[in-house]
Design a protein. Structure first.
Length: 725
């Protein structure tokens, strides 16, 4: 693929990484060692006593043998535990307390300083490694001037970046590791900035990425994708590409001779318009893990003694790394997700947010008619402000709207009554000009948020049209009534053993950050808190295990079995995930929509109020037909039609002939379903072609992308149960 090299400005700073010990053995391994100490000296005896398949027990014994916990007694070919393990364990029937934890590494590696990089486009933090810089006079991307200095970076972000760095360092050492016990149970426990962090745009504090432009249905808006370098993780590449597109939407660096004009000229000359990117921007842990499993199964169809094993190894290695990185990123997006149906439930949650909030409530709505006529809402606003709550309100889809037109006499009086002042902490914070927002958001502190299709500040609670929203809260801490410890709880304690702050859902933080970014008044923007640390919370950051690199083929059976075990571990981790919630903003909706049509395998469900060019445009209609030919079940739910023409009618007929099912329902819900994930949003998938030019038809949209077959199934069932027109 022919891409364009672009320099991304970065800041380089040093951190001191502290490594610590985690639990040395799993519960199953502890039990195995106790059984061996009690006399179960063969694999067959262990399998019989445990009622487990022989292969499972053999794999565990091999693991224990490799790390030096057991050995084979050549006198009678029995399995025995080592003296070190016996000394720590004591009596196998009544072992000493916490004996297994003392079998972690004998000496923890000392702390050391390393360099990290933060790109000044998206703010992502990643290890400084070879391969991120290449010589050449590449064009320089614009900086996001709203980023603070290095000291403002959240600690969980630093921990994750440092852990990935240590993983790269450990993998690079390969055979130089000092013994089998040297890295078992080691994880990054703390990281602190020790120097640097100044803003600079000169090498080496910049990286070079490869950008291509994917074919798009919107010829004006470039669909940029980062496909390299491979040393930069997929998550970071996605963040940089997304922020570049946001800069385009905001009109940044689009003038004559500026960054985007130069970039598009080079992309056009390189003829990359019709090429597909190598990497998908979609986070889907189930799909990426399934690709690894399928690739391993494909080995059955080839003679491994006659193929290029090195090529096969690195293909599996790449798929395993991608699946692992995809899953790591998905784990940070875990949340508790609840479905909100129809206007009445949305109104209850609006009043609940105003009653529960301790610090701030963030509301976005295109129209605010309920402020004029809803006495219950007016009283709730007054009560919240009197308690010291800051209520931030973003209004107005049309940027030409005037305050006096949107706010009636009662609303203006309420705004004046609740205006912020020196004598009060709380207040109703809103700009006198519109924010160009079509998003619908209710955020209660950083406790929870609702993203929806419902204009809750304009619609009555008795509104009949079917509405759909999702309430996103921090991930649950498990079933405490049963007294058990969940994987999530264990990982939180291992990652930050002394941090007792509550967890905030990453998506909720992103929603508030979105609202802060589109606030039209700079002074008001400063009053919106989107930093979890200031709210006394922290983000979920699961530990990153150091090591685990699969060695190149030696013994074919062991090589393949190792990859199979990695695939099994990743699959189990995927099944253990709570629902995942990912913020979707502005033009990302159109990108996800096109990606869903292209990549769907089983089902595609699209809903919004009016059917129009969003689905029936020439490019999108052809993609839907192709999906039907792949065997995808396509359903379209809508209430009416938008800018209807004979050409759109013809394309609708073509889609019906291809197998698309159209359903007329009384819906205002905006929903996109692709296989096992869905987006609930304010975005009109069926009628809006996705133009986001700040000088023409700009309107900010907000959605949330969620994963999980059960959750998505419930969304689809609710949608199909909507009343008919």
């Amino acid at each position: 693929m022919s891409g364009i090299q672009v320099r991304i400005p970065c800041r380089r700073f040093s951190v001191r990484v502290t490594l610590g010990q985690t639990e040395g053995l799993s519960t199953f391994e502890e039990f195995m060692l106790r059984m061996i100490a009690a006399g179960a000296g063969t694999v067959e005896r262990l399998a019989e006593d445990l009622c487990l398949p022989l292969g499972v027990v053999l794999d565990t014994c091999v693991d224990l043998l490799r790390v030096g916990y057991i050995f084979l007694d050549h006198t009678d070919s029995s399995i025995q535990i080592t003296d070190a393990v016996r000394d720590e364990m004591g009596d196998a029937l009544a072992p000493r307390p916490k004996w297994a934890s003392r079998l972690a590494p004998a000496s923890t590696p000392s702390s050391a300083s390393y360099d990290l990089l933060q790109d000044l486009v998206s703010g992502a933090v990643f290890p400084s490694v070879k391969g991120l810089v290449s010589p050449g006079n590449w064009i320089l991307a614009p900086e996001d001037l709203s980023l603070g200095d290095a000291s403002t970076i959240q600690k969980p972000i630093l921990l994750a970046a440092a852990a990935r760095l240590m993983k790269k360092v450990t993998d690079a050492r390969g055979s130089e590791r000092s013994g089998p016990l040297s890295r078992r149970g080691i994880s990054v426990t703390d990281v602190a900035i020790v120097g640097g962090g100044e803003r600079t745009t000169v090498a080496p504090s910049s990286i070079v990425v490869e950008i291509v432009r994917r074919k798009s249905v919107d010829e004006e808006r470039p669909n940029l994708v980062l496909v390299g370098p491979p040393e930069l993780s997929g998550g970071v590449r996605r963040r940089i590409a997304s922020r570049l597109m946001s800069m385009w939407d905001d009109g940044c660096a689009r003038g004559k001779g500026q960054f985007f004009e130069s970039l598009l000229e080079r992309l056009t000359s390189a003829e990359t318009l019709d090429e597909e990117p190598q990497l998908s921007p979609i986070i889907d842990p189930s799909a990426s893990t399934a690709l690894l499993t399928e690739a391993i199964q494909d080995l059955d169809a080839v003679d491994l003694t006659r193929v290029d094993l090195r090529e096969a190894h690195w293909r599996l290695h790449d798929l395993e790394r991608r699946a692992s990185a995809n899953l790591d990123e998905a784990q940070t997006l875990q949340a508790d997700v609840n479905i909100v149906v129809n206007a009445a439930e949305h109104h209850k949650l609006l009043l609940c947010a105003l009653a529960e909030a301790n610090h701030q409530v963030v509301l976005t709505s295109p129209w605010v008619g309920q402020l004029e006529r809803n006495k219950e809402l007016q009283d709730a606003l007054i009560a919240a402000v009197e308690r010291g709550v800051r209520v931030h309100l973003l209004w107005g889809m049309d940027r030409a709207s005037e305050f006096a037109t949107e706010f009636g006499p009662a609303s203006r009086e309420l705004v004046q009554l609740l205006a912020p002042g020196d004598q009060r902490v709380g207040g109703l914070f809103l700009a006198s000009r519109p924010a160009g927002v079509h998003a619908k958001l209710i955020a209660c502190d950083m406790d929870w948020a609702v993203v929806s299709s419902c204009n809750v500040l304009n619609s009555r609670a008795t509104r009949r049209e079917f509405e759909l929203g999702l309430k996103i809260s921090p991930p649950r801490n498990g079933d405490r009534e049963r007294g058990g410890t969940t994987t999530h709880e264990a990982s939180v304690r291992a990652w930050t053993p002394v941090d007792s702050r509550q967890i905030a859902a990453a998506a909720v933080c992103d929603f508030i950050r979105f609202a802060r970014g589109i606030t039209p008044d700079f002074e008001l923007r400063r009053t919106i808190v989107d930093d979890v640390a200031l709210d006394g919370r922290r983000l979920l950051a699961p530990p990153v295990e150091i090591g685990g690199e699969v060695e190149e083929p030696g013994d074919l059976k062991i090589w393949r079995a190792t990859f199979e075990r990695r695939a099994t571990i990743l699959t189990e981790r995927t099944h253990g995930l709570q629902p995942i919630a990912q913020a979707v903003v502005d033009g990302q909706h159109r990108e996800f929509f096109i990606a869903a049509v292209r990549m769907s395998r089983k089902r595609l469900v699209v809903s919004s109020r009016d059917l129009g060019i969003g689905l029936l445009g020439e490019a999108t209609a052809d993609l839907v037909v192709a999906a039907c030919k792949r065997g995808v079940e396509v359903s379209v739910i809508h209430a009416g039609f938008s800018d209807w023409t004979q050409e759109l009618e013809r394309r609708k007929t073509e889609l019906i002939d291809a197998g698309v099912a159209f359903h007329m329902r009384d819906v205002h819900a905006k929903l996109l379903v692709c296989d096992n994930w869905a987006i609930v949003s304010s975005y009109n998938f069926l009628s809006f072609a996705g133009y986001y030019d700040i000088n023409r038809r700009a309107r900010h949209e907000l959605g949330v992308r969620v994963f999980g077959a059960d959750l998505v199934d419930r969304l689809v069932l609710l949608l199909h149960s909507a009343p008919t027109r």
